[in-house]
Design a protein around this ligand. Structure first.
Ligand SMILES: Nc1nc2c(ncn2[C@@H]2O[C@H](COP(=O)(O)OP(=O)(O)OP(=O)(O)O)[C@@H](O)[C@H]2O)c(=O)[nH]1
Ligand SMILES: [Mg+2]
Length: 317
């Protein structure tokens, strides 16, 4: 990296795409701490909207259309697509790129994919870092696409102020299966591919499920039907996101769903991901480096057990 951190920070604040790209690469590699320390005071302005849901639900198509809608309102948009390395998505990354290509020539849009690359616990941290950088660059809206499969991806969605959960008709059983994960974190639900049969039924089932878990006097989250491919329903979805923001702002402080509580939860998750990352990075240097060959042989010969040894290493650190 040739650019000194203070200069890089300045360029990001001026919204220079190349500086933003470089910074996100650093963040992806876990090397952006100094930069982020500098930028932290500048952030906190952007609206962050998470878009999650099962593979192929139409998240990227929806992100594309949401971006166009926000642009038509004069808002700049940053997009972070978390590309899962899971077998679910196959060639979708390339598809996403092609579809979003004409957005990349728009100066008010910055698109970036992050690879999960198996960085233990590093994914939430890297995603939150990328959001931080886009926020400091002055983007008004930041859209974060993640596949809602697995704990990591669900954690990633927690960085958003508003989480959209995208489902499609005919997913009844899958919704059940995912209940423990993404349903709880949804603020606004989308039944996409409403051009397909079963959209009505999907919406009804979803509504029933969302109503089940409500606390006393609580309204269920909104469900919006869209056809992402044609853009139908996307303007309504943007309005629903806006209503969700207003709703959260009105919840009295002290309530679990108040803006303050939600912000605390996001901040706690953010801190958790940074701590996790720092701890994991130290596993090798701090703990494993102290295990010599003789000890490894003793473990192999089973004269020492790894649980006791691990405990001693961690507690003695
Ligand atoms: N019929 C129909 N097809 C759609 C709609 N929205 C998206 N699709 C199609 O569904 C497929 C998947 O769309 P994507 O936007 O790539 O879905 P995704 O959720 O981003 O997929 P992953 O990132 O791989 O999880 C594509 O072939 C889209 O053209 C819709 O509203 N109706
Ligand atoms: Mg996608």
């Amino acid at each position: 990296l040739a650019i000194p951190i203070p200069e890089l920070a300045e360029r990001i604040e001026r919204g220079e795409p190349r500086a933003i790209a470089k910074a996100i690469t650093l963040a992806d590699e876990g090397e952006a701490a100094e930069l982020l320390i500098r930028l932290y005071g500048k952030g906190g302005r952007a609206r962050v909207v998470g878009v999650t849901g099962p593979p192929g639900a139409g998240k990227s198509t929806l992100v594309d259309k949401l971006t166009r809608t926000y642009r038509s309102k004069g808002l700049s948009v940053g997009i972070v697509a978390v590309d899962p390395t899971s077998p679910f998505t196959g060639g979708a990354i390339l598809g996403d790129r092609i579809r979003m290509q004409d957005l990349t020539s728009d100066e008010g849009v910055f698109i970036r994919s992050l690879a999960t690359r198996g960085a233990l616990g590093g994914l939430s941290r890297a995603t939150a870092d990328a959001i931080e950088i886009l926020d400091a660059s002055g983007k008004d809206v930041i859209l974060v696409e993640t596949v809602g499969v697995g704990q990591d991806e669900v954690e990633v969605a927690l960085v958003a102020e508003t989480v959209l959960v995208v489902l499609v008709p005919g997913l009844g059983d899958e919704i059940q299966a995912m209940k423990a994960g993404i349903i709880e974190i949804g603020d606004v639900f989308v039944v996409n591919k409403a051009d397909k049969p079963g959209a009505d039924r999907a919406q009804k089932e979803l509504h029933a499920m969302l109503t089940l878990t409500l606390g006393h006097g609580e309204e269920p989250p909104e469900i919006v039907r869209t056809i992402a491919e044609s853009g139908e329903g996307v303007a309504e979805l943007v309005e629903a996101v806006e209503r969700h923001r207003e709703l959260v702002a009105k919840v009295p402080a002290g309530h679990g769903r108040s803006a303050t509580e939600r912000a605390r939860r996001r901040t706690r998750e953010r801190l958790r991901s940074i701590i996790k990352d720092q701890v994991l990075r130290r596993v090798d240097e701090r703990f494993l480096a102290r295990v010599d060959e003789r000890t490894l042989d003793a473990l192999s010969a089973r004269t020492v057990d790894p649980y006791t040894l691990a405990r001693e290493l961690v507690e003695g650190a």
